[in-house]
Design a protein around this ligand. Structure first.
Ligand SMILES: [Ca+2]
Ligand SMILES: [Ca+2]
Length: 443
């Protein structure tokens, strides 16, 4: 067996050396979205006059109800609901240029492609004005400075347009492998699904509102030419996203002027995004050029602390590749470890911190300076973090205690309380937790 080892290693290297990693830059002149976006929102909350006895004594005051007294310093919050739509569903109403970068790792021999990083500015630095209609539903209230009575009902908020000031797609979790098909020469067709978070910031009447991130499976599919040091890639696909979420995210207080018969009433709204329905549809076109990265192999040996002797290797595990000395994640590599907890992945040469946090083990973060010769990393990881918050403490103990004696299928079974992967939660799991009690993982 020993004599086979160098040969096996050679095969491993041969297999991996066919990987070709390119960093692509999107050409905004030829890339963009042609489609439509509509964000429908329902935001319950309150409004209150901007009066302040000390700093704004002549400000607007508010009080719920249309009858009764209104003291000379009274300023009472009024329950309201703001609802409406930003944008619309007319095809072609959204036309944007896209810029950004992404890294793809091609394996022309295995006909597989992985996405390592993706960061797109879907507006290419331009703010986008989108028509918006918002209305305010209330059950009757009065104002002073100016004096006005709003009868129960719905009134339009004079908002005009919303400015989409940021609209980005950023890769989150690692992508599954995509596919490649050889066409001719160094030309391939390819297709890969990249899980991204879409983030949007809207400026509504001068107030910046960060909308809750929307997960989206972005498809890159088209033709790629891998030409040694350089690559060129095209992608075109149609997509439709329609999803309703209930983020219950509070919005920072917004100053709004409400119409009266005379001067407007100056109020501050405190709202929560209760319901957000996003419709995003169209054709996305990407033209990008790539520069080949010089890569080397990172070999990792993960020792899962206190894993039972008969248990199989957990995984796949996700290595977070961070900028050296920072928490900024550059890549996430999902690796199915072999027997004994070893695995390998390629990275561009450079300095990084590599972090591993797997289920109920604590995070371990190791610095590497990756040169052409590659690097070997040993990850001994500490067991006992039942709830996955990167510390072993009383919270983990309480979950383990509630699951004590259970096995898979039982009502009180908790998978991550089975610290030794024996199939049940028992004394040995308790001893592991006790031994590591009080420990925390790396950042
Ligand atoms: Ca914990
Ligand atoms: Ca167990």
């Amino acid at each position: 067996m020993r004599r086979l080892a160098p040969f096996a290693l050679l095969l491993l290297c041969a297999g991996l050396s066919s990987a070709q990693m390119y960093r692509f830059s999107v050409n905004p002149a030829e890339s963009g979205i042609d489609g439509a976006i509509e964000i429908a929102l329902n935001l319950p909350g309150t409004l209150i006059g901007n009066y302040d006895a000390a700093s704004n004594p002549t400000g607007t005051r508010t009080k719920p109800g249309i009858l009764g007294t209104f003291g000379s310093t009274e300023n009472v919050a009024v329950p309201v609901t703001v609802s409406g739509k930003v944008g619309g569903r007319t095809a072609g109403s959204l036309r944007t240029a896209t810029s950004g970068t992404f890294v793809l790792d091609f394996d022309p021999a295995g006909l597989k492609v992985h996405a390592l990083a993706l960061e797109l500015d879907l507006l290419n630095g331009q703010a986008l004005e989108i028509p918006a209609t918002l209305s305010l539903t209330e059950s009757g209230f009065r104002t002073r400075n100016p004096t006005f009575t709003y009868l129960a009902g719905t009134l339009p908020i004079p908002i005009g347009t919303v400015v989409l000031s940021a609209f980005t797609a950023r890769m989150g979790t690692p992508s599954q492998a995509g596919t490649m098909v050889h066409v001719s020469g160094n030309q391939y067709t390819y297709s890969i699904v990249v899980p991204v978070q879409i983030e949007a910031t809207a400026r509504i009447m001068g107030n910046e509102v960060q909308l809750p991130a929307q997960p989206f499976d972005m498809v890159l599919a088209g033709v790629v030419v891998l030409d040694g040091a350089n690559a060129s890639l095209s992608s075109q696909n149609t997509f439709t996203l329609e999803e309703t979420r209930h983020p219950n995210t509070p919005v920072p207080p917004m100053a709004v002027d409400l119409p009266t018969f005379g001067d407007p009433a100056h109020v501050v709204m405190s709202l929560t995004i209760e319901t957000q329905t996003t419709y995003f549809s169209g054709t996305a076109t990407v033209q990008a050029t790539g520069v080949r990265e010089t890569t080397a192999l990172v070999s990792a040996a993960v020792s899962f602390g206190d894993l039972g002797a008969g248990a199989s290797t957990p995984g796949p595990v996700v290595f977070e590749v961070r900028q050296a000395g920072s928490l900024t994640v550059l890549y996430r590599r999902s690796v199915q470890l072999g027997v004994g907890g070893t695995g390998a992945f390629s990275l561009p040469l450079g300095a990084y911190d590599i972090a591993l946090k797997h289920s109920h083990w604590l995070r371990r973060t190791l610095p590497i300076a990756l040169g052409a010769a590659g690097a070997n990393l040993a990850f001994p990881i500490v067991n006992g973090d039942v709830n996955g918050d990167n510390s072993v403490n009383i919270a983990d103990y309480l979950i383990l205690r509630a699951a004590f004696g259970s096995s898979s299928g039982a009502a009180n079974w908790v998978l991550d309380a089975d610290l030794d992967h024996s199939g049940s939660v028992g004394t040995n799991d308790f001893l592991i937790l006790r031994r590591n009690f009080g420990r925390s993982g790396d950042r």
